[in-house]
Design a protein around this ligand. Structure first.
Ligand code: SF4
Length: 56
């Protein structure tokens, strides 16, 4: 039986996010990467973390 693989190691250097943890690791078990609103350019900055929350 084949098991489903998950990427449970999330490296992130976004210090302004409240989920940012020690050693540049995200503290969430999973995140969702989303396309930026209104962006269909195919450029490398088109996607972003959908779980980002500002610490302010
Ligand atoms: S929620 Fe997203 S932006 Fe925030 S620390 Fe995790 S991966 Fe980074």
């Amino acid at each position: 039986m084949q098991s489903e693989k998950h990427n449970q190691c999330i490296h992130c250097s976004v210090h302004s996010c409240k989920h940012h943890g020690a050693q540049d690791m995200c503290s969430l078990e999973s995140i969702t990467v989303r396309a930026k609103a209104g962006c269909q350019s195919g450029c490398k900055d088109e996607s972003m973390c959908g779980n980002y929350e500002c610490i302010k």
